[in-house]
Write a protein that binds this ligand. Sequence first.
Ligand SMILES: Nc1ncnc2c1ncn2[C@@H]1O[C@H](COP(=O)(O)OP(=O)(O)OP(=O)(O)O)[C@@H](O)[C@H]1O
Ligand SMILES: Cc1ncc(CO)c(N)n1
Ligand SMILES: [Mg+2]
Length: 535
Amino acid sequence: MKPFLLGSRQTRISSYPLDPNFKSRGFGLVNKFTASMGADQLTARVPHVLTVAGSDSGGGAGIQADLKACGARGVYCSTVITALTAQNTAGVQGVSIVSEAFVEEQLKSVLSDMRVDVVKTGMLPSIGIIKVLLRNLKEYPVQAFVVDPVLVSTSGDILAGPSVLDCFREELFPVADIITPNIKEASTLLGGMEVKTISDMRSAAKLIHAMGPRNVLIKGGDLPASMDAIDILFDGNEFFEFHSERIHTQNTHGTGCTMASCIAAELAKGSSMLPAVKVAKHFVEAALHYSKDMTIGKGSQGPFDHFMKLKISSQPIPFDPNQLFLYAVTDSRMNKKWGRSMTDAVKEAIEGGATIIQLREKESETKDFVEAAYKCLEICHEFGVPLLINDRVDVALACNADGVHVGQSDMPARVARSLLGPDKIIGVSCKTPEQALQAWADGADYIGCGGVYPTMTKANNITVGLDGLKNVCSASKLPVVAIGGISHANTCSVMEIGCSNLKGVAVVSALFDQECVMSETRNLHSELRKHICRG
Ligand SMILES: Nc1ncnc2c1ncn2[C@@H]1O[C@H](COP(=O)(O)OP(=O)(O)OP(=O)(O)O)[C@@H](O)[C@H]1O
Ligand SMILES: Cc1ncc(CO)c(N)n1
Ligand SMILES: [Mg+2]
């Protein structure tokens, strides 16, 4: 990924909206609600973008893109719908324009009640709707006004006819803090002027700036496919070029709406214009990259995944207590001793029957750990086996592992849960009934109890014995896996303590400090199965 090439000199862009010198173009710095707010309310404020745009039934562009972009960027988004479109991945099949009166009713409902920081517009299909909007913004001033002059969809369908062009140029643009035309829109706004190169984009930005907006961003998504995706920002003094790698995908439906919403969201959070555009550009690039192979419909142009969560491979494997049956914990020192990579160790253990894997890496650099964890996750998911990371919540997040295992002196399970969300697996090492109850209260999924027997793997570890294990199991509301010095030889004694929530054994040396990981895992698996048969 290439760095952004921002202009060599950094011109002053009004630091917005926290800079008291900043004056929004059209609607003044202070919204009625801000002025009447106490300090307490200000500290608890939620950044808020109101989008005034059309609905896309396909969910990729328009209002739906705006909601998702703001949600992904941590900003509240309210919506005033100007038109309904029947739209999908093939194009626009129909448009139904909302009446001016009802657009006004929606505007009043939102603006008279909520504190809106930034208004962003998309599809504004009639002069009447534009005028209603401008009138209401005068009555309810906001801090910034972002205009995406939507005219034609990428599929070539008209979303706002030529009749609105004069009103755009004469009334809307002069009060906008930024307008964000794509190449075709820039050309149309300039009476058909050719916009095909970076140099054309610069000329167009300058000419459109003369129509009155504070900033003009010409988006280059539709430049020839061989070029990087380059956008040009002109603030009246200086040009800034934003370069990103062109992602080879058809899933670009809604990139423009998303870009403008993301700029609006950053402004609502208090950013100034230049960093807001930069963040928006990064966001669109990352989301396109993530979604490049996604399929939603039969048509040629798909939407992208704003939350970057839809890929099957990124879905965590849900927790099932039976996964604790044969719990393999890899050990970096043992792998080194036997000349194995972490991935080889994981693969062999899974092929031998391991039902869950934990990576316990005490030695390698974080970069190498993350890289190896990625590869292990791929292998684990090929077999439907969850992958947990010992101690390192950061590594689990970075490689999107299925969860973590934390000890009593690691990150508290409650904090890990808030960072990892409700779906990831969290295990906690416990030696006492009190710790087991705490783990349950903190939102853990299972307990690792031990050392059951003395072990060389963990220095200075207190051995709780079979009695300690029994105490923890009896007190625990969570499933338990026994750990510490467990091998083929003593597995039966462990599993026969008579606690139904003891679901399996976790092993390190018995699998990995051995010549053949796969056959040792297989042997242990058959030993465990004997217990099931008896139980
Ligand atoms: N294939 C791509 N790879 C990387 N960035 C892209 C790609 N296509 C578009 N972009 C970027 O996405 C943003 C939106 O630009 P684009 O020119 O596609 O807007 P648009 O035509 O208004 O979008 P749409 O009409 O699909 O909502 C810009 O930052 C652009 O550079
Ligand atoms: C509703 C709507 N707004 C904007 C666009 C432009 O992407 C679209 N395709 N549909
Ligand atoms: Mg486009």
